[in-house]
Design a protein around this ligand. Structure first.
Ligand code: FEO
Ligand code: CA
Ligand code: CA
Length: 759
């Protein structure tokens, strides 16, 4: 049999394939098409450009080229600022950038591997062989692959939530995706586009999803996971999950599996996460669309125009990234065929034409109730759900979760509960979820050129979200939730540079969102909130363009969490320290330069301490992905800025200015590199013990860039982590890879001698 394995997933990062059709010419580009660039720019302020641009603030568009001074953006009148965070002093020495295949932490700290891909989660499950031979069925009780977002829930001796327990807890984490090469003896077996080994596919079903795992601290301070805990659980692509909220029972949710449209099987591509005030976990479904097989050329003729518009907007149009639907024969329960989102039967109850509509949601899981059925919370809207981060919890006020839709040029959202918070609900588990997560308002963010922002409600009948909208003829509010991307398009939200994690500063309630990068950002379509277009120049001289290093935007609600007005600025721009000042706007140094921020998380033990994690491919000629500690200020602590972008793709080069609002520059005191990961990994997922003395950090997909077949033949991988410090294991090529295959894992980081981490 001629086994052909797939190569590096990172080369086809799904988030890099934008599906926002409103990413057409901007108003500025249309203007530019009518005037020559030179004449527009020479016109400068007050003549042709102002006349044409009308009410658009000049700060929002290119101007000031050819030496013409650009106007500084004009900020809106500023209300009283949010409270300044308490002073925090970072007390560690910065870690140097590195390409070493190890986890580097500051002197005086210890990073210990605690929980790895394949580790058993029940007594009687064998230790992981890690050579591709572990039986597929055992993976239902093993750690999944690609560790991602996670949350620590303290637990007392009675097995109940205890916010202060720093010796026993439940660690709940996502397993976003897989590196197939290392899961099977020599990668995936694929013959002529067909998966021919069903057990390989079954294994892959299990290693996606979520882990719930009990962790304990010994008297000596060492953390370990408890293999035999009755709380250990895996939620994966076979787990039955209730559809909850407005879309439950909707015709668009009907499948052969659930003719009533009330249930689905599984969750997939769980990237980041969230949690609730009643101590449940939200696993968010990010790049789910690519898992489904739907060949548009043959399926579209069987679909309505609205269905095609929906599939197109979410990118449900391909052969399925892992080819799961190709296994034959299928089982009586359509184990494989249910990944085929095509019209194959007479009605929706005969096939899986609607199955993709049951993905793209936040999935609530009660970690303290191992037999509970998880719920997909449809009121929160459907998108490439990076995560959902809880805002301030105040009795008598609504609850809010901030969410990113991670694809190029997608949006930032918030969900606000209609019910106001009653602290008595804190012990009600998912029953509280029914109250707060099934009934609320969904908004998408628009960032204005004067430093204000507007939360646009995605409500049928408002904000252009009607049956008459040209992009998608909305039928009702449930249609809006299922097609939230179309609704945000209609409302006119701002297309962002890939919204990843969000976090709310417990010191002042301000909201931070990472915008990891955007290779499709063009010279002419920058905007105040996504203001950079520049050359990212690698050490070998290779140039990539766009916003390759990403930035972090932040917001302050102007009228409470349920309001529609906010203020914003850009907290931080990623850049190489040696980039020009026009690119390295935050003045990063060798001690804190970074690229592609993704994970973002505020400590609760140390209010005001922020952690940033990277998932990068733009600075990896110099350093592996990393984690930094930060002490941010607040919205408006910098001011209006004029950013100069240069287009070197044309001769002669052209420049244009873009107004924005930028926080104070980074310093070695308020931003400092804490960790650098092993080769070809992503650093993602961080949580802490409530006392702040231990942080848990996930190392995702070390060695992902390996090309499987050739590397298995020569037994060489691009990473051996977490075995890379074991020279004898690396040298041992007599046993096929079992001591050497890299594994995603959770590391626990503590300060030697104790004390809070980082401060
Ligand atoms: Fe899975 Fe957007 O990172
Ligand atoms: Ca991410
Ligand atoms: Ca990412």
């Amino acid at each position: 049999m001629n086994a052909i394995t797939k190569t590096d997933l990172s080369a086809i990062d799904p988030e890099d394939i934008g599906t926002n059709p409103t990413n057409g010419p901007t108003f500025e580009e249309i203007v530019e098409a009518r005037l020559s660039r030179r004449s527009l720019f020479k016109a400068g302020v007050g003549t042709a450009s102002t006349a044409l641009l009308g009410s658009m603030a000049l700060a929002a568009c290119g101007g000031g080229g050819d030496g013409t001074p650009a106007p500084a953006p004009t900020p809106a009148p500023t209300p009283a600022p949010t409270p300044a965070p308490a002073g925090i002093t970072l007390s560690f020495n910065p870690v140097a950038k590195s390409l070493a295949d190890v986890v580097s932490v500051p002197a005086g700290y210890t990073a210990s591997v605690m929980y790895r891909l394949g580790d058993p989660l029940a007594t009687g499950v064998a230790a992981y062989a890690n050579d591709g031979t572990d039986a597929a069925a055992t993976y239902a009780q093993r750690a999944g692959d690609h560790f991602d977002g996670m949350e620590y829930f303290g637990m007392n001796a009675s097995g109940q939530y205890d916010r202060n327990s720093s010796t026993r807890g439940l660690l709940v984490m996502n397993h976003e995706a897989i590196t197939p090469a290392y899961l099977h003896p020599t990668g995936q077996t694929i013959v002529a586009g067909v998966r021919t080994v069903a057990d390989e596919v079954l294994k892959e079903f299990f290693v996606h999803g979520v882990s719930v795992v009990e962790v304990n601290r010994s008297g000596a301070g060492a953390w370990s996971y408890n293999q035999g805990s009755t709380f250990n659980r895996r939620v994966h692509t076979l787990t039955e999950i209730d559809l909850s909220g407005p879309a439950r029972g909707n015709a668009a949710m009907v499948t052969k599996f659930s003719p009533t449209g009330t249930r689905t099987r599984g969750t997939v591509n769980n990237c980041a996460h969230g949690y609730t005030p009643w101590h449940t976990y939200l696993a968010c479904e990010e790049n789910w669309a690519g898992y489904f097989r739907r060949v548009a050329a043959t399926d579209n003729p069987n679909r309505s125009a609205k269905e095609v518009a929906s599939f197109t907007r979410y990118g449900v149009a391909g052969t399925g990234r892992e080819l799961w639907a190709t296994v034959t024969p299928d089982t009586a329960t359509d184990l494989y065929g249910r990944w085929r989102a095509e019209v194959t039967g007479a009605t929706a109850t005969d096939d899986y034409r609607n199955v993709a509509n049951t993905y793209g949601w936040c999935v609530e899981i009660d970690p303290f109730n191992p037999t509970s059925v998880p719920k997909k919370r449809t009121a929160m809207g459907r998108k490439a759900q990076e995560g959902a981060w809880l805002g301030p919890v105040v009795a008598g006020q609504p609850l809010v979760w901030y969410m990113g839709d991670d694809s190029q040029n997608e949006y930032i959202y918030k969900y606000v509960s209609n019910a106001v918070w009653d602290p008595a609900d804190a012990t009600r588990g998912v029953a509280a979820g029914d109250k707060y997560l099934d009934d609320g308002k969904l908004y998408a963010a628009r960032f204005n050129a004067d430093g204000t922002g507007t939360w646009l409600e995605l409500r049928f009948g408002t904000n252009n979200i009607t049956a008459a909208y040209a992009g998608y003829a909305f039928a009702d509010q449930t249609d809006v939730l299922i097609n939230a991307r179309h609704a945000a398009d209609a409302a006119g939200a701002t297309r962002m540079d890939r919204p990843e994690w969000a976090g709310v500063n417990p010191a002042n309630g301000e909201i931070y969102v990472t915008l990891t990068n955007n290779s499709s950002r063009t010279f002419t379509n920058t905007d105040p909130a996504n203001p950079r277009y520049y050359d990212n120049v690698a050490t070998n001289g290779t140039i990539t363009r766009g916003n390759r290093n990403g930035h972090v935007i932040r917001m302050a609600e102007s009228a409470g969490v349920g309001g529609t007005a906010m203020r914003w600025d850009v907290y931080l721009f990623g850049a190489r320290a040696n980039a020009p000042a026009s690119t390295n706007i935050s003045q990063l140094t060798a001690n804190n330069d970074f690229s592609s921020p993704d994970g973002l998380w505020f400590s609760n033990a140390t209010p005001g301490l922020l952690w940033l994690q990277t998932d990068d491919g733009a600075y990896t000629d110099v350093t592996n992905c990393m984690m930094l500690a930060a002490v941010p200020g607040r919205v408006g602590d910098g001011g209006a800025r004029t950013i100069t972008n240069t287009n070197t793709a044309v001769t002669p080069n052209t420049t244009a200015t873009q107004g924005s609002f930028v926080g104070t520059a980074a310093t070695d005191s308020n931003l400092r590199r804490f960790l650098v990961g092993p080769s070809n990994c992503e650093i993602t997922g961080i949580t802490e013990s409530p006392d702040g003395t231990a942080i848990f950090v996930n190392i995702q997909h070390p060695g992902e860039a390996t090309v499987p077949l050739a590397d298995f033949a020569t037994n060489t991988f691009t990473s051996y982590w977490p075995y890379s410090s074991d020279a004898s294991a690396i040298a041992d090529t007599t046993v096929l890879a079992n001591r050497r295959r890299p594994r995603s894992a959770t590391v626990v980081i503590t300060k030697n001698g104790g004390g809070k981490v980082a401060v």
